[in-house]
Structures are given as structure tokens and as C-alpha cells.
Design a protein around this ligand. Structure first.
Ligand code: 5RP
Length: 229
């Protein structure tokens, strides 16, 4: 593969499936360009005769499962043995920013429900503190002006921008809007997430706390498991 970044994503996506997925398991499959490789690898193992099933975090991932031949079952129809997903940022305590692909709400549901949640990233996603990547906030569209006003009142230095795709307001699989909120460095992600979540109209915040059980990261040409601070 000629693109080194894509090669790194492939390496870590394949490694997660090969290290954590055992025959007969139900796998929670994430969304995004890194999770893509975990989906592909799961498909290869199904094609080789393994009985695996998936619970998916988005319509896009469901489509990829169809393409790669991975059987999909509904959320909560069986236990999720392991969930594998990418992230936009990973802090030393494994606090995550997620939602760059807009799938944060279902991703969090599956991360919470799974017995184990494995995060896969390339080393560009590892940060000292969250905040370099704007925090995605999923908002019920009717309440968007209210949520924008509340965020501006509570965080005067933040810049909250409605996500636009192809010239149209972006809508999640749940029919909601995304506000990408640039707060700058986030000293206390727990407090920030709680404040945002308390605003009426906010469905979910793309800050994932205390959910990851392992973080696999590509470094040089290998994969390493991060140690939690
Ligand atoms: C989607 C996500 C993705 O996991 C996150 O955006 C990382 O994506 P990529 O692997 O494409 O960089 O949270 O909602």
C-alpha cells in the first residue's frame, strides 16, 4: 500500500480483530476510515469460515458489512463480546474525542454495552490533552439555536459550528445535527461533557470517558498497546 497513513490504519485495524476477536463472537464494529479495516478483516475471517456476527455503529458500517459479507444482528439481540472503533483523539487516561464521522451516539451505546471496547488509532491521534480536534455535539435540530446560544453563554471563547456536508446541514443516522465545538485545550473533559450534556436539546457529546479497555496504536511500522496514565 503506497499511502503510509492508510497502511498504518490497516495494520491497527487488522491487529485489533486478530488479537481480540475469537470464533463465534459478536463484534461491535465502529465507523470511519480506521474502523473500515477492522470491518474488512472481520469479513475476511467470515469468508474463511468463522461464525462471527456484528452489531454496527452506523448505516455506513452496515453497508460495509454487507459488502464484506459480515452478518449483522440488531443491537441488544445478543451480547457484544468486543467492540472495535477508531477515535479522533486519545488522551493519556484514554479519554477520547469521537464523532468525526458523526456516529458518536451509536458508537457510545455499543462501547458501553460491549464486554470490551478496543480503540484503534494511528499515532497522530494521541494527544496530551483533548481539544485539538473540535468536540462533536449531536443536537436535535429544533433546538439548535438554543444549544448554540447556551454554548456561547457558557463558553464565550468556544466556536461552535454546525456541520455541513455537500452544502447541506449534516444529519446523523438519528436525524440530528452536529455542532463541532472548538474549545481549545480541555483541562477537565468530565466537567465539559457534563455541562454540555445538561443543555436541553443535546443528545450526546463526543467525549468518551472510562470506556476504553485497550488502545492499539500504530507506531513506526508496528502496533503497540498504549499504557493508561
Ligand atoms: C466516527 C468516529 C471515528 O471513529 C473517528 O472520527 C475516527 O475516524 P477515522 O478513523 O476515519 O479517523 O468517531 O463517528
Amino acid at each position: 500500500m503506497s499511502d503510509p497513513k492508510e497502511a498504518a490504519k490497516r495494520l491497527v485495524g487488522f491487529a485489533a480483530v486478530d488479537r481480540y476477536v475469537e470464533p463465534g463472537m459478536c463484534v461491535g464494529l465502529g465507523t470511519g476510515t480506521t474502523a473500515y479495516w477492522a470491518i474488512k478483516r472481520t469479513g475476511e475471517r467470515v469468508a474463511a469460515g468463522e461464525k462471527l456476527e456484528a452489531i454496527v455503529t452506523s448505516a455506513a458500517t452496515e453497508r460495509l458489512c454487507g459488502e464484506f459479507g459480515v452478518p449483522v444482528v440488531p443491537f441488544m439481540s445478543r451480547d457484544i463480546d468486543v467492540a472495535i472503533d477508531g477515535a479522533d483523539e486519545v488522551a493519556p487516561d484514554w479519554a477520547l474525542t469521537k464523532g468525526g464521522g458523526g456516529a458518536l451516539f451509536r458508537e457510545k451505546a455499543i462501547a458501553i454495552a460491549a464486554r470490551r471496547f478496543i480503540v484503534i488509532v494511528d499515532d497522530s491521534k494521541v494527544v496530551d490533552r483533548l481539544g485539538r480536534f473540535p468536540t462533536p455535539v449531536e443536537v436535535v435540530p429544533f433546538t439548535l439555536p438554543w444549544v448554540e446560544r447556551e454554548i456561547a453563554a457558557r463558553f464565550p471563547h468556544a466556536k461552535a459550528t454546525e456541520r455541513i456536508r455537500d452544502g447541506q446541514p449534516y444529519r446523523t443516522d438519528n436525524g440530528n445535527a452536529i455542532l463541532d465545538c472548538a474549545f481549545g485545550t480541555i483541562p477537565d473533559p468530565r466537567a465539559l461533557a457534563a455541562t454540555l450534556q445538561a443543555i436541553h436539546g443535546v443528545l450526546d457529546v463526543g467525549i468518551f470517558l472510562d470506556l476504553a479497555d485497550a488502545v492499539l496504536c500504530t507506531a513506526d511500522s508496528g502496533v503497540r498497546e498504549l499504557t493508561k496514565a
